[in-house]
Unconditional design. Structure first.
Ligand SMILES: Cc1ncc(COP(=O)(O)O)c(C=O)c1O
Length: 286
């Protein structure tokens, strides 16, 4: 298995990362995940832009240009024969000795970049059947717009949902739904789609941007407006979106059915529109 380590493609076993790396010590770093279909990246520019933007927000610079990174990523999926799968990219601040919360000048220590690939076929059955969710308080920090590798708030929420036998956690702050533990949250009421506006409380999902674009183009009413956990009880449809799950129906919340308790027509339409957008960039999905 080949990986990217800084600006080279190497065997995974060759990678050496210092235990004093600030990514390991402080979760001082950022990441992004981009998906490939048919061996071609979908929305690569958007993901690379977001990685650079996350890095800039924590005063880090990547050790290459956006173009160089895109070339490296394309070479990586070719070398690993990735047809449909995900590429995980991570940038950490590098070695921090002596240990100090405050970070040193970025010119003094080189950051560490890695990227790995995983083959993940589309799970059409799951996308047809949907998933279940559990509502959990959003205990994360107030810069959720940064795709930070510090994910304790997210993983604890998802674990809570799993303990309740559910697939995903829907997060709320004082009753207002922000997003899910690893996806954006959406609700449909009277044929209008609602999702939380971008800002510091959610990750600006690339899938969210694409879904908003295709929905608006198709004339489906969309509002980037907050909604509450009370609204969820009366929603016609609810779904989650992310690079890896696309538009995923949520059929049950806290054990209660959403609408009819199965995928609804608006989510189904969005799934079709999303596939069309993927096919425009990556060719027909088999
Ligand atoms: C907390 C959170 N929100 C939203 C998303 C969806 O982002 P994207 O559509 O760019 O994958 C993710 C994806 O990992 C996430 O972790």
């Amino acid at each position: 298995m080949k990986v990217i380590w800084n600006n080279e493609i190497v065997e995974r076993s060759e990678v050496k990362i210092d235990m004093e790396d600030r990514g390991y010590q402080f979760a001082d770093g950022v990441y992004d995940v981009v998906r490939a279909y048919n061996g071609k990246f979908f929305t690569l520019n958007e993901h690379v832009d977001r990685l650079f933007s996350s890095a800039e927000k924590i005063e880090m610079a990547l050790p290459f240009t956006k173009e160089e990174l895109k070339q490296l990523l394309s070479k990586l999926i070719q070398e690993n024969n990735i047809d449909t799968g995900n590429v995980y990219m991570q940038l950490t601040r590098g070695i921090g000795i002596p240990r100090n919360h405050s970070y040193p000048d970025s010119e003094l220590i080189p950051p560490v970049f890695t990227a790995t690939t995983t083959i993940v076929p589309r799970d059409q059955t799951k996308m047809d059947q949907g998933i279940t969710a559990f509502i959990v308080p959003d205990m994360r920090w107030l810069r959720c717009d940064i795709k930070s590798i510090s994910l304790l708030g997210n993983i604890m929420a998802k674990h809570e949902a799993h303990k309740k036998g559910c697939d995903e956690a829907i997060l709320h702050r004082d009753g207002v739904v922000t997003e899910c533990s690893s996806s954006n949250a959406w609700m449909i009421k009277n044929d209008t789609i609602y999702t939380h506006p971008d800002g510091n409380l959610i990750l600006p999902g690339i899938t969210k941007i694409m879904l908003l674009k295709v929905a608006r183009k198709a004339g489906i009413p969309v509002k980037e407006e907050v909604f509450t956990i009370k609204d969820l009880e009366e929603a016609d449809e609810v779904f989650a979106s992310s690079t890896t799950i696309e538009a995923m129906p949520i059929t049950h919340i806290n054990g209660n059915p959403v609408g009819q308790g199965k995928r609804g027509p608006v989510v189904e339409k969005l799934q079709q529109l999303y596939v069309e957008a993927v096919e425009e960039q990556c060719g027909q999905i088999r």
